[in-house]
Write a protein that binds this ligand. Structure first.
Ligand code: ZN
Length: 80
């Protein structure tokens, strides 16, 4: 599944979405929770966590156990 740039912004601008800037990207890139990314993509959260486990996407785990995934790194992964 190709995750186009405009899809990123559509996801980012979807209502009721928590985002935070990616601490690994040089540019400020939005991150959203793995659950919300999965539901936005119609994927299982398991598929998202697999990418995290394989180190294919930037992620950040908050103190309250929310896992945020970098949308830019997700998009770059899709183009491989
Ligand atoms: Zn990133």
């Amino acid at each position: 599944m190709l995750f186009e740039q405009h899809e990123i912004w559509r996801v980012k601008h979807a209502s009721d979405l928590e985002t935070m800037p990616c601490p690994f990207c040089t540019k400020e890139t939005p991150m959203i929770t793995a659950e919300k990314l999965a539901s936005a993509l119609g994927e299982s959260t398991r598929a998202i966590y697999k990418l995290i486990d394989e180190g294919k996407v930037h992620f950040f785990e908050t103190a309250n156990m929310h896992v945020f995934v970098c949308l830019a790194s997700y998009s770059n992964r899709s183009q491989e």
